[in-house]
Ligand binder design. Structure first.
Ligand code: CUA
Length: 342
């Protein structure tokens, strides 16, 4: 091959590589990492991308060179010259990709193993997914478990999330944490997260789980260790209110923990979702049902398909609240809703 040809191919390769690199670097493909696991995933992403850009530049250079150099004249109807295989070339284009793909597999396997390793003493938090809400259970003093509708994590501590689902398959994902795992009924799945950046994020459900799938989110806060301890202390001694007994959650806390706002608009709670009927004006519906307001609200929570509000479908709201909420919590929730009527 002449020197001029090689110089031209190198120029084409550099051009193609530069364009591909600019697209890779200038477009924000990944969210800014907030966990050590995401850092490793980001590294794997760039490791693979750099290899791909190199291969792309070589292939693009050869194609551009051939298209321009060996272009047939419009009236040239002859067959091309018969060319047989080139053993050296074939060995090279088999061996080089094999080495690169093996390198990507090794890096991915190491990252997967590290990202699944909870270490010797992780903070254990249970995650419960249900249509269409997330709830979280933190270890308190001794055997005590503290529930919340918000995921609060101390920065710099390895966390082992154990996930389960109460109805259908959901999937836990916080984009800035990188890691993602399905929550499956009947199976406990786990996910390791080591938050490294203080901030507010959002759990996103990434498994189509029903009408309210798009609204199935929960707030995540990464806070300092002191703030985490303070948060747990607050969970352990909630302000008394509603109809709850000592230690029971307030109606508002139950509303948030059970994820009611994921589907229902309710002004006192600041929710505005329209998956299910709004809860600000229930008197008319109670009257139509021939029930007292409290009675109607309770029935609607524990037996949601007994009456379907006009314009909505049955079989959407979970029918499990009578078992997943305690009597005290149910009572507090009913009072909260009744007191919040317009
Ligand atoms: Cu839960 Cu989608």
């Amino acid at each position: 091959m002449r020197r001029g040809s090689i110089v031209r191919m190198v120029i084409y390769g550099v051009l193609a590589g530069t364009v591909a690199s600019l697209i890779a670097v200038l477009v924000p493909w990944l969210p800014t990492s907030a966990s050590e696991e995401m850092d490793r995933i980001t590294f794997t992403f760039w490791f693979t991308t750099v290899i791909c850009i190199g291969i792309f530049a070589i292939v693009a250079a050869i194609i551009m060179y051939c298209v321009l150099k060996f272009r047939a004249a419009p009236d040239d109807e002859r067959d091309g010259p018969p060319v047989h295989g080139h053993t050296g070339l074939e060995i090279a284009w088999t061996a080089v990709p094999a080495v690169l793909v093996t390198a990507i597999s090794v890096v991915s396997a190491i990252v997967l193993a590290q990202n699944d390793d909870p270490g010797s003493d992780p903070l254990r938090i249970s995650v419960t997914a249900q249509q269409f809400a997330w709830s979280f259970e933190y270890p308190g003093e001794g055997e005590q478990r503290l529930r919340s509708g918000e995921l609060v994590l101390p920065v710099g501590r390895k966390v082992l999330l154990t996930m389960n689902a109460q109805d259908v398959i959901h999937s836990f994902w916080v984009p800035e944490f990188g890691q993602k795992k399905d929550a499956v009924p009947g199976i406990d799945t786990t996910l390791v997260i080591t938050p490294k950046r203080i901030g507010s994020f959002s759990v996103v459900c990434t498994e189509l789980c029903g009408l309210g799938h798009a609204t199935m989110r929960a707030p995540v806060s990464v806070v300092s260790r002191e703030d985490y301890d303070a948060y747990l202390a607050r969970l352990a001694s909630p302000p008394r209110g509603g109809g709850g007994q000592q230690g029971a959650e307030t109606g508002e806390q139950v509303f948030n923990a059970a994820g009611c706002g994921g589907c229902h608009a309710f002004e006192p709670a600041g929710s505005d979702s329209e998956v299910g009927p709004g809860l600000d004006d229930l008197a008319g519906a109670a009257q139509n049902a021939g029930l007292g307001l409290e009675e109607f609200v309770l029935e609607s929570i524990v037996e949601p398909d007994a009456r379907i509000a006009p314009g909505y479908q049955g079989d959407v709201m979970p029918q499990t609240y009578e078992t997943t909420l305690t009597a005290g919590q149910l009572d507090a929730l009913v009072q909260y809703l009744v007191e919040g009527q317009r």
